[in-house]
Design a protein around this ligand. Sequence first.
Ligand SMILES: *[C@@H]1O[C@H](CO)[C@@H](O)[C@H](O)[C@H]1NC(C)=O
Ligand SMILES: *[C@@H]1O[C@H](CO)[C@@H](O)[C@H](O)[C@H]1NC(C)=O
Ligand SMILES: *[C@@H]1O[C@H](CO)[C@@H](O)[C@H](O)[C@H]1NC(C)=O
Ligand SMILES: *[C@@H]1O[C@H](CO)[C@@H](O)[C@H](O)[C@H]1NC(C)=O
Length: 542
Amino acid sequence: MKLLGILMAGLIASVNGFDCSASFFAKYVNSSAKVTSAETLPAGSTYHVPASDLGFPDSPTNLPALCVVHVEVTPVPSAPYNFAIFLPHDWNGRTVTVGGWEFAGGIPYADIGVGVRYGFASIGTDFGHLSIPSDGRWAYHQPEKASNWGWRAVHGSATMGKDLVEAFYGKKVSYRYFSGCSTGGRHGFKSAQMFPDDFDGILAGAPAWWEDRLAIQHGWMSIENLPIDAPHHMSAAMYPVIGAEAVRQCDPQDGLKDGIISDPFRCDFRLEALLCGPDVKNSTASKCLTSAQLTTLYKWYNNWVEKNQTFIFPHFEFGSEAQWSGTIPDTAPSSLMLNWMQYMIGLGPDWDWQKDWNTDLVFYSERYNPGQCQADDFDMSPFYKTGAKILQYHGYADGLIPTRSSVYLYEHIYRTLYPKGIDLDNFYRMFFVPGMQHCFGTPPNQNAPWYFAGARQANSLSDSLHSVPGYSDPKHDVLLALVDWVENGKAPTEIIATKWHNDTLQDSVTRQRPLCMYPKQAKYKGSGDPDKPENWECKGLY
Ligand SMILES: *[C@@H]1O[C@H](CO)[C@@H](O)[C@H](O)[C@H]1NC(C)=O
Ligand SMILES: *[C@@H]1O[C@H](CO)[C@@H](O)[C@H](O)[C@H]1NC(C)=O
Ligand SMILES: *[C@@H]1O[C@H](CO)[C@@H](O)[C@H](O)[C@H]1NC(C)=O
Ligand SMILES: *[C@@H]1O[C@H](CO)[C@@H](O)[C@H](O)[C@H]1NC(C)=O
């Protein structure tokens, strides 16, 4: 019976000529790694995400036939991490590795599910811990765990994953890609800076590259608006009111009145239009701001600058207000900020923003740099020299990571590489997305086209989606655009973003519009349906 069982297992494991057994994969991992499971899923399956996988709870559905392998890696005894690979039977010869989200721990199965539907062998790590995105307790005085999240788990799973992919198919991987947004975008830049050989193409959305300052900037904004009984305090109920006024003033300034703020950088927003009249007793009820509240709003819409004109962090854009209630809750700094201070940079659970806040903590944070997470090595010439490509994008309506932090990154890389004779356009291109929030979505009052199959976008709409339905090509799908650039040398100058009515795929496409390579911008040609991409062109500013 036992022998029969082994024979049967062998038969099942080698379905379609593929050996999806833990014992097979075990031959291809080194002594720091252990294959913990391997199983075949037939076409149409759902991968049921375990309840413990707190960071990424969505289960991908309707998967193609594939082999799922899990590996536990112990780079140092105190800090193991895990990774999973989805190996589709119908393989396109490539791999894609996905990135993280805030401080989340868990394998992003829904994201690797997206990759596998294209035919990529798709790799995702749990970043060495299990936690919801804003929870940093796992990192408290745990530098090795922080390193797993900072860079090591992505690097290790991509490199070991490649060996396992090649063993499974008995063929070399043709090209290796990375796709991530937010912390995942940071992982993309970190990888390009630390391990320039890991990927041939990197898609990096809204990168949290300036991680050591980011959550503290959110805290600074909150603290400028507190305490709640101060005359300068604005309640979160005012954020949509401010957002509506931003659209009212900034939308027409970009040349077309369509609800979308296409050029927040160059909008002259007169905040005084929000001021209350003389008889107003309750500004929140009247949807207006007092003079003291307006002063707070001025601070928020300007860069955070400290003593001696020291620039600390760029401000959020006009049009980003719909996401402020999570970033700047009106009663206390966000949980993300508190977890950063207390656990990620080790100040302890007793750290109290009301007693212990001071602006020098931003420099302390940068010295602490948990897990070497900050992706601020602007000399990306080693990555350039490998011939690899990186595509960055960022929504103008992002209310979690200021859009201008992407400009800062781009300009600093430019400033570093230009003197070395390196033209960024040859390997690094950036696209801004008018009206897009953090990584996906659009505020209801802007209703902008934001979908282009960027990292995490497909599973924000559906658990069974990939690419751009009806438009699965390099013009509309940014991952395919990256593939076309890496493999065929066709460098993208624009990507067409799509908007479905109510963001449900059952509805019709209501708008498509080009996103332009920075610093160009999409301009309406002046006639024709503005919801059709052919009536727009990418133009320089001057
Ligand atoms: C195992 O492989 C990983 C990834 O290539 C490497 O970082 C690690 O040092 C290796 N461990 C051993 C014990 O060889
Ligand atoms: C002001 O109006 C808001 C919204 O209607 C209400 O929640 C709040 O309690 C009012 N404040 C005062 C002091 O009446
Ligand atoms: C501002 O800069 C001056 C000159 O470098 C220095 O002496 C002074 O201590 C600085 N002040 C603060 C508050 O950092
Ligand atoms: C789209 O949203 C609008 C407004 O909420 C609603 O009236 C309409 O029924 C929705 N359409 C579909 C197809 O869900």
